[in-house]
Write a protein that binds this ligand. Structure first.
Ligand code: AMP
Ligand code: ZN
Length: 436
């Protein structure tokens, strides 16, 4: 396997040099954090009044966690650590509660962030020769502009098309001979379903790779999309609070994501007790941003669930890998008392070859009990066969789901195009249960 580096020295640095760099950068971040009254209060409580009070990475563990609500309560500028004059970029994530979280960047912050994105791109084997179609939305969302800068710095030809307008996307892919896509898994699934309508087949295109992120997806989904399009798919993870995409990226081995540890300190904690878990154990990802000064964020609880791999990666990078995101602490469903993550349902569905590219999870209350309905689109060709075939498929989906989540789901089979389509992050769970 061909392995290329963006910055070989840092990407293959030994643990002690990596940690030395982390400490140096953490001190810088703490010095900025201390300029905000939010962190002054928080850090003084644990005896940190100056960056020199950080002597080792162990000192980080004294600092309490930050959460999304801290950002909301300090909206819009309470956590800003530099003069507005120094800020060159603002991003924001809207969330569901109304008050947005706002992230600020200095020119240097954008530069350091961009560098990590270029690193991820090169790690997948892409080069300056590639034609990069950026299908994540531009604007306040970090996915579009963030990756745009990284790809441009690599020297790729960047097509900043943003999300939506499938016909135009396909036309651009064909006419500009796009080789690399940046897109959500939901939208890539949807596009495949639209291709017949525009009379385009994957083999009419020149695609080689796609970077998929912004929402969870399972390995069966990756495999399915790789097969449908005949491309390599790489997982890309990030969140606006940690700058945006580029926190962790898969390398050519596609064996989960290297966290760029000179940019972020990663910890995995027990989401209930806050206890730090050893490598290999699944828990909530906590990240410290080491490269942003305009808005420091230390030990941020992402609510994303993952584990750290213990084996080294054959690519030679020393930055530890996290698993794909296995769910979120806040997306767990409790169905008649059983804990279920939507990702478990997705994994089952996408491992069944007849299941198409779209599904929805619906919850309702019937006679006092929760009722789970899984609505699945099938490939068109299956609707030309006889009904008994569809009935047996329904039974197979039901059985596989029961084996995985121990729940008897009601299964609905639909023709392609029946369910709502997603051109960005998907919203696949509709919970209409009566609240007690
Ligand atoms: P935002 O701040 O709007 O960019 O959303 C960030 C969130 O999107 C993360 O906290 C994750 O829950 C999710 N996310 C981003 N990238 C991935 C990925 N590769 N796999 C799973 N979830 C992801
Ligand atoms: Zn690797």
């Amino acid at each position: 396997m061909d392995v290329s580096f963006w910055n070989r020295e840092i990407e293959t640095a030994d643990r002690s040099s990596l940690e030395a760099l982390q400490i140096q950068r953490l001190k810088e971040v703490v010095s900025y954090a201390l300029k905000t009254s939010f962190y002054q209060k928080r850090l003084s409580k644990v005896g940190i009044g100056s960056p020199e009070d950080i002597k080792s990475l162990n000192d980080l563990k004294k600092i309490p966690f930050s959460v999304k609500d801290d950002l909301r309560q300090n909206y819009p500028k309470g956590m800003l650590a530099v003069d507005m004059e120094k800020v060159v970029r603002v991003h924001s994530s809207s969330g569901t509660t109304g008050i947005p979280t706002v992230i600020y960047y200095t020119r240097e912050d954008v530069g350091r962030w961009t560098d990590l994105l270029s690193r991820g791109i090169i790690a997948t084997g892409a080069t300056a020769k590639d034609i990069f179609q950026n299908m994540m939305s531009y604007g306040l969302f970090t996915g579009g502009l963030g990756m745009h800068y990284g790809a441009e710095r690599v020297g790729m030809t960047v097509i900043p098309v943003g999300g939506g307008n499938t016909q135009r996307q396909l036309q651009i892919m064909r006419d500009f001979r796009t080789t690399v896509l940046h897109i959500t898994p939901s939208y890539l699934l949807h596009i495949h379903q639209c291709m017949p309508e525009y009379n385009i087949k994957p083999r009419d295109l020149f695609l080689k790779k796609a970077y998929l992120g912004a929402e969870p997806y399972s390995e069966p989904t990756r495999l399915k999309l790789q097969e449908l399009y005949g491309i390599d798919i790489y997982n890309s993870y990030g969140l606006s609070e940690m700058n945006g995409p580029g926190v962790a990226f898969e390398c050519v081995y596609k064996n989960d994501l290297h966290v760029w540890e000179d940019g972020y300190i990663v910890e995995i904690i027990n989401p209930t007790t806050g206890e730090i878990l050893p490598d290999g154990e699944k828990g909530e990802v906590v990240l410290t941003n080491l490269i942003r000064h305009a808005l420091p964020l230390i030990r941020y609880r992402t609510r994303d669930l993952a584990f750290i791999h213990t084996e080294p990666c054959p690519c030679g990078r020393t930055h530890r890998r996290i698993s794909r995101i296995l769910g979120r602490t806040d997306d767990m469903l409790i169905i008649n008392g059983v804990n279920v993550f939507p990702s478990q349902i997705e994994e089952v569905l996408m491992s069944i070859p007849e299941v198409g590219t779209n599904y929805m999870i619906h919850l309702a209350t019937r006679e006092g009990l929760d009722r789970l309905t899984v609505k699945v689109e099938l490939y068109q060709k299956l609707f030309t066969g006889d009904l008994s075939q569809l009935d047996s498929l329904k039974g197979r989906i039901k059985d596989k789901l029961r084996a995985s989540i121990t729940i008897n789901a009601h299964i609905e089979l639909h023709e392609p195009g029946f369910l709502p389509a997603f051109e960005g992050k998907g919203k696949r769970v509709v919970d209409e249960r009566q609240k007690l």
